[in-house]
Design a protein around this ligand. Structure first.
Ligand code: ADP
Ligand code: F6P
Length: 323
């Protein structure tokens, strides 16, 4: 016997590549297990606007390869209030919807937690490029964002080598340095600046100068946005070592678009199916994640209260290899 009969799905907060694959998995698994499945347009805003529609098998065709989210996303201040949350829960109850899958980041998870306290069974799926959610090794979209950064750095290397210049690349991640770390290691960056590790820009500039003097032809600095602006890093390097001729590149929202990698599609497919099966089994107020390749459930309260651990081992490896 399933603990839920009608479930809904929404995408919330900043979008990420692979959200569509997750929506597809939730819809198709839900239908496979005999549930009715509803889509909610524009996140919690759409819930409050009663913008809810039935989804069938074909409604999620031809989306696994697409970036963005067919359900669209929105930020909704009203839903942060107890009145907004009551209204949302009532709209779901009126429609007989007893389960909700929320794909988003920490903020979206908190909305799911509030709804579960009001009697709706909820599941959170980690949908953000930032990889800043605890109790999952990876979030949906992170791998694609890292690939985009690596591809951009490959291109920058070409022109920087020709001119023997330094390139400073600002990447996203809000307060988390994971995009910078993983892209920096994969792209062979000389320096990776993240909010989790203190640094001295004068030392960074001096080391870059030394490496050029020792025969390097280019220098790549990856700056996580949580550290500050790429332009400011360029100014600081210029002031200390003007001969490096540093140039800033801000990758911005490019990192959040495009077709998801196979890794993100598969992660999203597994997590979406796992969320549905967990709701059917009677679980609620849980975040779905992947740890060591296995699907895991963790209380949403615990997930939002725990800061994701930074991988210092990987950071030190990147430093050792960047001489
Ligand atoms: P993300 O999910 O990517 O962290 P936000 O922090 O912008 O993005 O949150 C997305 C939406 O989730 C918000 O616009 C709001 O509707 C809802 N939300 C955020 N925090 C809370 C909260 N504490 N309680 C209820 N809903 C919240
Ligand atoms: O959380 C995803 C993210 O892309 C962050 O990396 C970035 O700081 C933020 O969203 C940008 O938000 P917006 O799309 O509102 O500019």
């Amino acid at each position: 016997m399933s603990a839920v009969k009608k479930i809904a799905i929404l995408t919330s907060g900043g979008d990420s590549q692979g959200m569509n694959a997750a929506v597809r998995a939730v819809v198709r698994s839900g239908l496979f297990y005999g549930l009715e499945v509803y889509g909610i347009q524009r996140g919690y805003q759409g819930l409050l606007n009663n913008d809810i529609f039935a989804m069938d098998i074909r409604s999620v065709g031809d989306i696994i390869q697409r970036g963005g989210t067919i359900l669209q996303s929105a930020r909704c201040l009203e839903f942060k209030t107890p009145e907004g949350q009551q209204k949302g829960a009532q709209i779901l109850r009126d429609r007989g919807i007893d389960g909700l899958v929320v794909i988003g980041g920490d903020g979206s998870y908190q909305g799911a937690e509030k709804l579960s306290k009001l009697g709706i069974k909820t599941m959170g799926l980690p949908g953000t490029i930032d990889n800043d959610i605890s109790f999952t090794d990876y979030t949906i979209g992170f791998d694609t964002a890292v690939s985009i950064v690596v591809d951009a750095v490959n291109k920058l290397r070409d022109t920087m080598s020709s001119h023997e210049r330094a390139s400073v690349v600002e990447v996203m991640g809000r307060h988390c340095g994971d995009i910078a770390l993983h892209a920096g290691l994969a792209a062979g960056a000389e320096t990776i600046l993240v909010p989790e590790v203190p640094f001295d820009l004068n030392e960074v500039a001096d080391r870059m100068r030394q490496n050029f003097d020792n025969g390097k032809r280019h220098s790549i600095v990856i700056v996580a946005e949580g550290v500050g602006k790429g332009d400011d890093v360029v100014e600081a390097i210029k002031k200390r070592q003007p001969s490096l001729e540093p140039r800033a590149t801000v990758l911005g929202h490019i990192q959040r678009g495009g077709s998801p990698t196979p890794f993100d599609r598969n992660l999203a497919s597994r997590l979406g199916d796992f969320a549905v099966r967990s709701l059917i089994a009677g679980e609620s107020n849980k975040a779905c994640g992947m740890i060591g390749g296995e699907m895991v459930l963790t209380d949403i309260e615990k997930v939002v209260a725990t800061k994701k651990q930074f991988n210092m081992e990987l950071y030190e490896l990147a430093s050792r290899l960047s001489q």
